[in-house]
Design a protein around this ligand. Structure first.
Ligand SMILES: [Ca+2]
Length: 201
């Protein structure tokens, strides 16, 4: 007779080495971003392959493009909260193709930092919960606005592996996740933000 370990919720707070990968089966993923009063506007960014294993043809799901459909799977961001606290919820019904998917948080507007807020990211995948939050303030020069939180590596067989990243950098909203996205000018982005703020009031 074979026994199987019952899945146990795992909480990952702060810096975790990338090799501490966790294997999960393919399935729905829900990512919830919450934060404090300041900065008032943090943003969800999610990037992944448009075709299997592509590192160059990437979709970029964020407030400017909150719905992305690949292979008949629609991934979506529920709302762009611009007035503190969140939540912003990303739903991935299933991973449409093999490859690497990266989830990042970007400080768009408002005083304070991702570290001071502090930002908090909860990942639910196949009944497991993973919670990420910056453990220490690494923003020594006050310029860091991007937190690459984690990566999901999906194999050709469909197995998904969550890999904590906890990388910090300074990027424009267009460049979050390190791969240049489909063109959205800063001016266009500001207009989108303005419309969203007005509609949420
Ligand atoms: Ca936001």
């Amino acid at each position: 007779m074979r026994y199987f370990l019952k899945p146990v919720a795992v909480h990952i707070i702060g810096a975790v080495k990338p090799e501490a990968g966790i294997t999960t089966d393919i399935g729905t993923m829900v990512v919830t971003l919450t934060w404090g009063q300041n900065p008032r506007d943090l943003d969800t960014h999610f990037k992944g392959p448009q075709f299997a294993n592509s590192l160059t043809d990437r979709f970029h799901l964020y407030f400017g493009r909150p719905l992305v459909t690949i292979e008949n799977v629609t991934m979506y961001l529920d709302v762009d909260d611009t007035t503190s606290f969140g939540p912003e919820i990303l739903t991935v019904p299933r991973f449409p193709v093999a490859g690497r998917y990266i989830y990042s948080v970007h400080h768009y507007a408002g005083s304070g930092t991702i570290f001071q807020s502090p930002a908090r990211v909860e990942v639910l995948i196949n009944g497991m919960s993973y919670v990420f939050s910056p453990s220490t303030d690494e923003d020594t020069n006050g310029n860091i606005n991007t937190w690459q939180v984690f990566e999901i590596e999906v194999s050709d067989s469909g197995a998904a592996r969550l890999i904590p990243l906890n990388r910090y950098s300074t990027l424009s909203s267009n460049d979050v996740s390190g791969v240049s996205s489909m063109a959205t000018s800063s001016a266009a982005e500001s207009r989108i933000k303005k419309i969203n703020s007005q509609s949420s009031q």
